[in-house]
Design a protein around this ligand. Structure first.
Ligand SMILES: *[C@@H]1O[C@H](CO)[C@@H](O)[C@H](O)[C@H]1NC(C)=O
Ligand SMILES: *[C@@H]1O[C@H](CO)[C@@H](O)[C@H](O)[C@H]1NC(C)=O
Ligand SMILES: *[C@@H]1O[C@H](CO)[C@@H](O)[C@H](O)[C@H]1NC(C)=O
Ligand SMILES: *[C@@H]1O[C@H](CO)[C@@H](O)[C@H](O)[C@H]1NC(C)=O
Length: 438
């Protein structure tokens, strides 16, 4: 039996191995879907069968805007749609970041993971009203191209359970057996694109926030060992553990973030199971700054290549000595995965049907990527069939490394603040954006 992590590792191998672009999932043309068609699906039915989901999917892509007479479903009262009971639910979500402009729907570009998730929630009518009515929260944002196998969001979802006594003013269901609730995982996965999956749900307490109730977050960053000095990298990553000021390891947002201290609880470098070449870094902490993981990884790679000494970590963490971040490029986004978010007392569940479907779906995706990898292997082999004529026209320049501490620097926090105050007093107003922990 393939475990999820093995599957994810294999997917990552393929991501890294070649620059393949995944086959794009078929995105329904939501503009064409009439509201009436959406109402055809009755999830309050005791037996939510695959047939219903099929109908929903087919209905949306086949009908293509033509309004067909709507079938009446027994016991389904449209007028009561706004009065169904709700429950506060946490959802665990995985996504493969290649195609998305990050997780948060506030991004200027589409698609984002959240925008696809919101579409699925609305399409399946699991939510009512606007987003502001959902009490929605997310554990953290992830950047464009970053994947996750353990993102968590919380919101109010439609429930099959009725509040005893039929009190419509108090329609929030507290508890109820999981087996008798709507199969949220299966319903949502029936309409989500191939590269997003809900993998579990659980009841959340009323004061739960996916962002503020999160105890810790863990990231993985995959890479090839090649000639990297792993023991030097290990010595470096251990120096990042503990509470430090990480302003030299992030993208500074001086308008909104004033405290750059964060706690890293563990930082390890491990080989992937079944490979001596593919490895990953595993980083756990209470919360992370914008681009923090990718900045730390970038410096570790410089150390691994022998271009910097592990001591450079201590220098960068000392913000009195190093108030200005030297300019360096952060590590690429594709190998980064938000692996898990830790909460107290949440136990995510999934029906056996939905679980089986998830397993089949991921195995299928995995096989598709393996075929892509096989094609690239074939391409490498066919390169051998052409002969080298022995001529050399370009000489490879030895890339000269400029030591981090000799590089041009970015403005310090104080310099940025002074500039912000100046421009706020002048013509520009600083735009305040929502700042999540990442
Ligand atoms: C539920 O639906 C499935 C598929 O249509 C069917 O095989 C099964 O017998 C139904 N179960 C009940 C309890 O109606
Ligand atoms: C939520 O409420 C419970 C019980 O009312 C309380 O013990 C807990 O500390 C609260 N959590 C937060 C994050 O406010
Ligand atoms: C790897 O790095 C360590 C620590 O910087 C150093 O002592 C060791 O010589 C390096 N190994 C190689 C093979 O360069
Ligand atoms: C590593 O792979 C082997 C064989 O594929 C498996 O038996 C073992 O449980 C795996 N270990 C981990 C930690 O995943």
């Amino acid at each position: 039996m393939l475990t999820l992590s093995v599957l994810v590792n294999m997917l990552m191998i393929l991501f890294l191995h070649s620059d393949i672009t995944k086959k794009m999932p078929i995105v329904d043309n939501y503009g064409q879907v009439t509201v009436e068609e959406n109402l055809d699906t009755d999830f309050s039915d005791k037996n939510l069968s695959a047939i219903n989901l099929e109908k929903l999917k087919l209905g949306n892509c086949v009908r293509n805007g033509k309004t067909k007479p709507r079938k009446k479903l027994a016991g389904y009262n449209l007028n009561s749609m706004n009065h169904h009971s709700q429950r506060f639910v946490a959802l665990k979500v995985m996504y493969f970041g290649l195609r998305f402009y990050g997780f948060a729907s506030e991004a200027q570009m589409d698609p984002t993971v959240e925008s696809e998730l919101f579409k699925a929630l609305q399409k399946t009518r699991l939510v009512r009203g606007d987003k502001k009515d959902w009490q929605y929260s997310r554990c953290g944002r992830t950047d464009k191209g970053v994947s996750s196998v353990g993102q968590v969001v919380a919101l109010l979802l439609r429930s099959k359970h009725k509040e005893p006594g039929g009190d419509t003013s108090k329609d929030l269901v507290d508890e109820g057996p999981y087996e008798e609730e709507l199969d949220y995982v299966r319903i949502l996965n029936g309409v989500l694109p191939d590269d997003i999956r809900v993998i579990g749900w659980c009841h959340a307490p009323v004061n739960f926030s996916a962002r503020f109730s999160c105890l810790s977050r863990e990231y993985k960053y995959f890479f090839w060992r090649e000639n990297l000095n792993i023991s030097a990298m290990e010595s470096s990553c251990k120096r990042l553990i503990g509470e430090h000021d990480f302003r030299n390891f992030c993208k500074m947002d001086a308008a909104n973030v004033h405290n750059y201290k964060r706690r890293i609880t563990s930082f390890d470098i491990c080989p992937c199971n079944g490979s001596d070449q593919l490895m990953f870094m595993k980083i756990k902490g209470s919360a992370f700054l914008w681009h923090q993981v990718r900045c730390m990884v970038a410096v570790l790679f410089l150390v691994g290549q022998g271009l910097e000494s592990p001591d450079v970590i201590d220098v960068l963490l000392d913000v009195d000595k190093t108030p200005r971040k030297p300019q360096y490029k952060m590590a690429p986004e594709i190998p980064l995965v938000l692996h898990s978010c830790e909460f107290e007392g949440l136990n995510f569940k999934c029906s056996s049907d939905a679980r089986r479907a998830l397993q089949l779906h991921l195995e299928k995706e995995c096989r598709a990527y393996k075929i892509q990898a096989a094609i690239f292997q074939e391409a490498l082999l066919s390169l051998l069939s052409t002969e080298d004529d022995g001529s050399v026209t370009t000489k490879k320049k030895a890339s000269s490394h400029v030591p981090l501490m000799s590089r041009p620097t970015e403005p310090s926090y104080d310099e940025r603040r002074a500039k912000l105050t100046f421009s706020a007093a002048g013509h520009h107003k600083s735009v305040v954006v929502e700042q999540d922990t990442r």
